[in-house]
Structure formats: C-alpha cells, structure tokens
Design a protein around this ligand. Sequence first.
Ligand SMILES: Cc1cc2nc3c(=O)[nH]c(=O)nc-3n(C[C@H](O)[C@H](O)[C@H](O)COP(=O)(O)O)c2cc1C
Length: 423
Amino acid sequence: MTTCLNDYRLTLAGREYVPIMIGGMGVDISTSALALAAAQLGGIGHISDAMNQFVSDKNYGTTFSRQKSAKYRFLNNNPDKSEVLFNLHHVREAQLNHVRRTMEKKGSKGAVFLNIMEKLSMRQGRETLQTRLTSALDGGIDGITLSAGLHKSSFAMMSEHPRFHDAALGIIVSSVRALSIFLRAAKKVGRLPDYVVVEGPLAGGHLGFGTDWSEYSLKAICLEVIKFLQDNDLQIPVIPAGGIFTGGDAVQFMEIGASAVQVATRFTVTHESGLPASAKQAYFRASEEEITVGSISPTGYLMRYLKTSPCFGSSVRPQCQAFGYVLSEAGKCAYIEAFEKTACDDKGKKLPVNDKICLCHHFSKSNCYTCGHYTYRLKDTSNRLADGTYQLLSAEHVLNDYLYSTGNNVKRPEEENQTLYSL
Ligand SMILES: Cc1cc2nc3c(=O)[nH]c(=O)nc-3n(C[C@H](O)[C@H](O)[C@H](O)COP(=O)(O)O)c2cc1C
C-alpha cells in the first residue's frame, strides 16, 4: 500500500501529533480559527504575534493603536521617529488577549503555538521581545516558534519563566550555520529547542536567503541539518517548510528523516484564513509570472509576494505613530527613508514610493499579498464556480488532503451547491 502522511506521527516534548504544522502567517492570516482547526485534527496550528496591538484592537475591541497614534500625533510629519515607544503594558495585554482567548477555545487535541517574528524590532528590540515571549507563556500558549531575525538570547529572555521547560520551544532556520549559532547560545541556558523548522527558498513571507535564493533546495538543507544533528548526537525533530504542496511531497520529506512538515500557502484560501475575500480570489487566480521575490520589505529581508498586491503605487505617509513595528532602536525604518527621498508632482502630491512599502500600514489593510512560490497551483486545489470565482476550502479539507492523498494528487472539495444557477 502507498504510504501517506497519516502513517507517521510527530512526538514533541512527550506528546504525539499528526505530523503537520500550519505555519504562522502574520498579520492575522493564520487566525485563531485556523490554528484551532489544525489542533482539532490532532496537528499543530500557529497564531502569530506580528502587530499584536493591531490584532487585539481588530479582534477584541481594544484601542491600543488609537492611543499610541494620539500620543505621538505631533510626529506625523517628522521623519525622526526616535521618540516613538511602545507601551510595554499594552504589548503584554495585547499578547495576553490573543493567546488567552485562543487557548480558551482549544480542546484537548493537538496544539496551538505562537509564531514570533523576532525581526519586528518595535523600537526597543530587547524589551518588546521579552515582553512578547513571557506574556505568551503567561497566556498559556502550548509552544513558541521563533522566526525571522532569530535573536541569540531569546531563550535567555524566558529562562526565569516557570513555563520555560514546559512549553514547546522551536526555531526557524534556513541553514546549518544559523542553527549552530543558536544552539551554542541555547546550551548556555541549559535548554535546547524542542524542534527545528527548516525553511527553504520557496516559502511565503520573509525569506532567510539572499537574491541567490533559487540556488538553494529545501531537501539539501534538510539533509545537512539532519546530518549535523546526528553528528552532534542531538535528537531534535526536523520540520521542513516551503513548497510542500501535496501529501506526496510531505511523505518524501518524512522518508529522508523529517519528523513533520510545516505548510502554509494551501491554507491561505480557506474560510479560516484571515485574508479578505478579494485577496483569497487573487491568490487562487495567481499565475506563476505574478509571483516574485523582492526587497520591498523595510525589514531588510527579501519577501515573496504577488505583483498584483494593492500596495504598489502607494505613497502613504509612514504610520509609525499608530504602528512602528519595524522601527530600529534609533527610530529608523527603511520605508521612512524611501518616502523622504520620493519627489512630489507639480501639484505637490507625493509620487508613488517605489523601492519599499510601509509594511505596517499595508499589512494592517491586507494590501500586501505575501505568498508561497506555489500559490499559482492553488487553482488546481478547488472548483471554479459559475461566476468565475473559486470555491473556498475548509482548513479541515486541506489538512486531511495532506494527511491522506498520495503521490502528487490533490483532492478537490465537493462542488458547492450552485442553487443560483439551477433556478
Ligand atoms: C501568506 C503567508 C504569510 C506568512 N507569514 C509568516 C510570518 O509572519 N512569519 C513566519 O515565520 N513565516 C511566515 N510565513 C511562512 C510560513 O509560516 C511557512 O513556513 C511557509 O510558507 C511554508 O511553505 P508553503 O507556504 O509553501 O507551504 C508566511 C507564509 C505565507 C504563505
């Protein structure tokens, strides 16, 4: 009989899961509902804490962003944002809101982890990160996955927390080098990661590669990581991510020694995904040519996105007063520089800012369609409806397809009842 992903199990920190993780997708694309659906089926789902105050305001009726915006309104036209500071009590409350309310809904199956994108420096990198980490543990999160911009001392920042040894802690790396640097730091606090997500060049979101990303292969990096861990007598589960589109792809990684897979792109077009309906249709319609990797993110990392994203052609004023998640210690962001350099037309209106986007603004408006390389294959996973749109999927359907489909097959959903057209 042909092997399927469901023939395997992931054991993590003493618990057993179906070997699939839905990766974190900021800003609230991997919603609580999506993460809970993964847990419900015995797998692991992620929520994300990217722009956590904005997410708390949107979902739980708080007003953190409005308060911050009012406090720093005097800086609206000033490119120097060095006075903008996050209120750490608000950062903590926002984190607790999102984590607690998600965990309250979780049953006994599976797990919900939090993706913490460390590159969101939030003007005071260390203080805000430590607050995000410890309040996530206080909120009862099952595990934390540290991503983009791994901070060597993040484990040390949590080491005094009573749940430091009880919560599952993992990291995302794209090379053995990054892994070995992190492990050296982790050893000093007597705590190794419980799992390592190896993210290859075909993933969505920010990439851990330079402009030569296409020369790397997820399989090769995974094999190197597995060998490195074996050579060092370390039994840490390896979880590949990036371009694993079918159950058959997943099985190939399990056969070379992976313990589970992390996937995301196929869940962007589910009911549970936080993208607006128009964006979900844009993902479905995307052609291969519309998907690109570029340096528009002010974080300094390359990002993969759809060229059709509504953010292009914008010249929005930097929104650091309300947001400011990318601000450095010196109160700088590459978008502010790009904005200041951009000329105005003869009526005094700012021309489009070309080389960077205001990440905070455009992600808050879902205007930047970051996506995985295989987004152009999403149309083959669903049904085209009579009005030309694509049928949204349920997270359960997609997860089960990963678990039970074999080879390169993808199971489409049952066709929706086309009552409109049978009238
Ligand atoms: C829309 C989208 C947003 C993402 N956002 C994040 C993020 O905020 N943080 C992160 O660590 N990874 C992010 N990722 C990467 C995923 O968590 C995951 O590792 C990767 O995309 C898996 O590959 P796949 O999309 O080909 O399945 C994102 C991916 C997508 C598709």
